[in-house]
Design a protein around this ligand. Structure first.
Ligand code: TEU
Ligand code: CA
Length: 559
């Protein structure tokens, strides 16, 4: 793997709607983000990805774009965006936007024109099909947000359009070179403006298995998961390579793909030195335990499972490329609520999880609020839920026989609102996020979990994230913590997640005890230094270390 300019950096995801509201309308915005750039710099962040801020009806919170070249007024203006780029670059920060080009909004002018003239130029930007009354749909795929992927084209009784996500997110037809040209043009327009790169939304979906056909239904609705066709679709690489060569590569842009279903043998194509993207996320922890049947069939992830999946990815990626490591994002529950067994969430266990994933080989990502140890949200009624995928999953769970109480509990565990509640800046009204009424309610735990409380506390989760980032990029340890090989240590020892990072000059051993009980761990070599510790003591004796509950240490070993 060739070294890249961003390998030593720390990346951060902002969900703009919930980050910082500057004008009291209850919605986070670009001026709010600009006002927090110094905060991010102080945390140790170098790269910022903004979830979508383009003009959008917000049917899927901005992942339904009506105009790719305008900022939604709720988020600010193009002048704000230009100022954000300028202020970020002044501070040595890089900005990535979200590239959502599997689909657009049904309120995009392309789609409106397609409705006006399905046989014209813009009709061919989408997947349209003639279906007469009583005839079957072209295929029985189930949209990611529930229901068939086909809906009636507005204004036409016998025409349907494809949407693998929400019905307000019509899929763009990447088989059409005219559509691809429009997309490349738009990407170059942003990169020419000075944008540093993109996170590529749902990008694997741009290639469909054609012609459309039915697969074996996997629920009583007679539909099947989109995954069946994704598995069969061949040739996405052609589109991805073309897009890279026409846009990202000439601009030396940083790109991070959202890819869920890669096969290990495809990793070099995706993130090798000549890969389609700079990096892509490791979702192996995210997808663990999922089921096509719905959330009621999901299985929890234990520390042992977590260890298994992260080490598997690390072994597969090895030196092929640089994976992006996460514990949460705007689609997932809070990492501390997911990966730490229920009831064990504490400042210590949160730091333990943080250390564990942060020093995996790859680019560490922090999702807003993660650095405070923000947790999942409690729900008392389905009416409190905003997330469209949770609303669908709730119904699916009820249909499968769950009680309303159990179905709500599933949403508390897996729903997307968990990560979308506003950032907890302080313990004042609305957690300091807004002077108005927040668009989504604040997690009531903001009185305890908030930046103001953590900022000057050397033992806070926040302080720990600062240390994690600083240590990783320090001149002293980056040879090991950024570039060093990752080798699992005692992988069979239950509830211990341990690995070496072996650099040219340093050998580090990262040990994390994922349980409340103590754990005695043999040390392979004498310890030269304890460089990070989430407890005040490290009990080392006779080539052994006695780790306390959820203790996590970074040790430098003697050569
Ligand atoms: O997510 C892609 C994706 O596959 C999601 O459907 C994911 O499985 C789901 O959110 C889990 O509940 C991306 C975005 O990250 C997501 O926010 C968007 O809703 C989606 O694409 C459509 O653009
Ligand atoms: Ca606002």
């Amino acid at each position: 793997m060739k070294k890249q300019w961003w390998h030593e950096m720390t990346a951060y995801q902002i969900y703009p709607k919930s980050f910082c509201d500057s004008n009291g309308d209850g919605i986070g915005d670009l001026p709010g983000i600009i006002s927090k750039l110094d905060y991010l710099k102080d945390l140790g962040v170098d790269i910022i990805w903004l979830s979508p801020i383009y003009v959008s009806p917000l049917a899927d919170q901005g992942y339904d774009i009506a105009d790719y070249r305008q900022i939604d007024p709720r988020f600010g203006t193009m002048e704000d965006m230009d100022r954000l780029l300028e202020e970020a670059h002044k501070r040595g920060l890089y900005i990535l936007m979200d590239l959502v080009v599997n689909h657009c909004s049904d309120e995009h002018e392309w789609f409106k024109k397609a409705c006006e003239d399905p046989d014209g130029k813009y009709g061919k930007f989408f997947y349209l099909a003639d279906v007469k009354e009583g005839e079957p749909l072209p295929c029985n795929w189930r949209s990611y947000f529930g229901g068939p992927v086909w809906d009636k084209l507005p204004g036409h009784e016998d025409k349907y359009y494809l949407h693998v996500f929400h019905k307000k997110q019509p899929d763009l037809n990447w088989e059409n070179p005219d559509l691809r040209e429009e997309v490349y043009d738009m990407i170059n327009w942003w990169l020419d403006k000075g944008l540093d790169g993109f996170r590529l939304d749902a990008i694997i979906n741009i290639k469909k298995a054609l012609p459309f056909k039915n697969y074996e239904p996997d629920r009583d609705d007679g539909l099947c998961s989109v995954h069946h066709q994704l598995h069969e679709a061949v040739g996405v690489g052609h589109f991805l390579r073309e897009m890279r060569d026409r846009t990202f590569r000439p601009h030396n842009a940083l790109t991070v793909g959202e890819v869920f279903n890669e096969k290990p043998e495809e990793l070099p194509d995706f993130i090798g030195d000549d890969g389609y993207f700079s990096s892509m996320y490791d979702f192996s922890g995210t997808v663990f335990g999922q089921s096509q049947k719905g959330w009621q069939a999901y299985q929890d992830i234990t520390p042992e499972d977590y260890k298994h999946v992260i080490f598997k990815t690390q072994a597969e990626v090895a030196d092929i490329g640089f994976i992006s490591n996460i514990i949460e994002n705007h689609d997932e529950p809070r990492g501390v609520s997911r990966y730490i067994p229920e009831g064990d969430q504490s400042v210590t266990s949160k730091k333990c999880l943080a250390t564990t994933y942060f020093y995996l080989k790859g680019l560490p990502w922090i999702y807003q609020g993660q650095e405070l140890g923000m947790e999942n949200l409690k729900i008392t009624s389905i009416d409190e839920v905003d997330d469209i995928s949770s609303i669908d999953a709730y119904q699916v769970a009820l249909d499968a026989g769950c009680s309303p109480k159990d179905a709500l509990h599933l949403i508390e565990k897996y729903g997307r609102d968990n990560a979308r509640t506003p950032f907890q800046w302080n313990d004042k009204e609305n957690a300091g996020f807004t002077d108005g009424t927040p668009w989504l309610r604040i997690n009531p735990n903001y009185k305890e979990i908030n930046l103001a409380a953590e900022e000057n506390d050397p033992d806070s989760v926040f302080a720990h994230y600062k240390k994690l980032s600083a240590l990783r990029k320090s001149d002293e340890y980056k040879d090991a913590l950024v570039y060093g090989d990752l080798i699992p240590y005692l992988p069979e020892k239950e509830n211990l997640i341990a690995y070496y990072r072996k650099g040219e000059d340093h050998t580090m051993l990262i040990l994390s005890n994922f349980q409340n009980a103590q754990c005695l761990v043999p040390l392979p070599k004498p310890v030269k230094a304890v460089v990070l510790n989430n407890l005040s003591d490290a009990v080392i004796q006779d080539n052994e270390i006695l780790l306390g509950g959820y203790q996590s240490v970074v040790l430098e070993l003697s050569e």
